[in-house]
Design a protein around this ligand. Structure first.
Ligand code: G6P
Length: 366
């Protein structure tokens, strides 16, 4: 066939390892924060809008949830994210000054396309598609678009499409920030540097695979797992739990770590692994106390910590250290070990990784 597996066992694994290349291809050359990259008339629209509504399904909706943090912190644009199948069927209050963004790997997901058309019917004129397929219905239906360059994604569980969507949304946040006068030159240079360095940073994360395989052995014997994250890593925890569910059939749930005490703590026993995304950011101290709450109940913690965090292996506490701390772009790095954990857990359980039961790559019917 045209697409070969090469040294990989499954397309999902191949696609996980393609991420440095996919991200390199997605980051625009030259000035990556130029509104021109979003199509004709983008400058006027992106300057004019006062809020953003993101519509998407599945993994793409988690890219939207992550992007909300960037759009509100970097561009300071109020942003709402809604699952497409909910938005299309409820009465909502349209804002003609809002930009409606659809995020979709395929550009053909029925619910997302219908949600877009619904928004247009309500009077939304400014629409943008972030999509991996240039000829797709969503790209045709929106006035602006940005193409991710992930290349064909075959594994049903999305991996490289997700990280390239994150790159696209970060680029968009910076573009809007600049147009609204909210990005100073030093900050811009630093974001640009971090973007360009991402593929190298990702390669170091991919090198953690042997350590993750060891964890996957343990996970493969579990029937439940809890994922915790805070701030812009909460959507990454959601994505980690979704990946594990989709391909290993282990029931997994994600919680913003601060909500632990409001319910999921009741489930924590030694039979329940708790995966924690623990970047060294402003919320680390709070996260550490969430970790203690789990340990005190005999829970088994699996922590993806940043290089410079002082969380160390101990009884009931397993730590994999990420190669470097990556600031605002950290979600793009932190999702990769979660993809690998789901992948190797599924392999250990012998499931059909590339074609999980009951799921489809592109859901074009309701
Ligand atoms: C399906 C796929 C998911 C994907 C979702 C949205 O459920 O299995 O991997 O995230 O559709 O697809 P889209 O093409 O719109 O991103």
């Amino acid at each position: 066939g045209a697409v070969e597996l090469g040294p990989y066992r499954h397309f999902m694994q191949k696609e996980i390892f393609e991420q440095p290349r996919a991200i390199t291809d997605t980051i625009p050359g030259g000035d990556p924060f130029s509104p021109k990259l979003f199509g004709e008339g983008a400058e006027e629209v992106l300057k004019f809008i006062d809020s953003i509504l993101i519509l998407a399904c599945g993994t793409s909706s988690y890219a939207g949830q992550t992007a909300k943090y960037w759009l509100e912190s970097v561009a300071q644009i109020p942003t709402q994210v809604e699952v497409a199948s909910e938005y299309r069927y409820r009465s909502s209050v349209p804002n003609p000054n809002a930009l409606v963004i659809v995020i979709s790997q395929s550009g053909e997901t029925a619910d997302t396309l219908a949600a877009l058309k619904h928004a247009q019917t309500l009077g939304h004129r400014h629409t943008l598609a972030v999509c991996n397929v240039a000829t797709s219905a969503m790209v045709r239906q929106t006035s602006l678009s940005f193409l991710t360059r992930a290349g064909t994604e075959i594994g049903v569980a999305s991996t490289k499409a997700f990280t390239t969507q994150l790159v696209a949304m970060f680029v968009l946040a910076c573009t809007i920030a600049r147009l609204h006068g909210r990005l100073d030159k030093t900050q811009e240079a630093s974001y640009l540097h971090q973007l360009r360095h991402l593929p190298a940073a990702l390669n170091s994360v991919l090198a953690l695979e042997p350590q993750i395989i060891a964890w996957a052995e343990e996970f493969s014997r579990k029937e439940n797992a809890l994922f915790l994250g805070r701030g812009l890593h909460y959507p990454i925890a959601l994505e980690g739990a979704l990946k594990l569910k989709e391909i290993s059939y282990i029931h997994a749930e994600a919680y913003p770590a601060g909500e632990l005490k409001h319910g999921p703590l009741a489930l924590v026993t030694e039979a329940m692994p708790v995966v924690t995304v623990a970047p060294n950011d402003a919320l680390l101290e709070k996260l550490k106390s969430n970790i203690q709450e789990v340990r005190a109940r005999g829970g088994q913690l699996f922590v993806f910590a940043d290089a410079d965090t002082r969380i160390v292996n101990a009884e009931g506490l397993h730590v994999i250290r990420m190669p470097e701390h990556y600031g605002l772009l950290s979600p793009i790095l932190h999702v990769v070990p979660l993809q690998l954990l789901a992948y190797h857990t599924a392999c250990a359980r012998g499931t059909d990784v590339d074609k999980p039961r009951n799921l489809a790559k592109s859901v074009t019917v309701e």
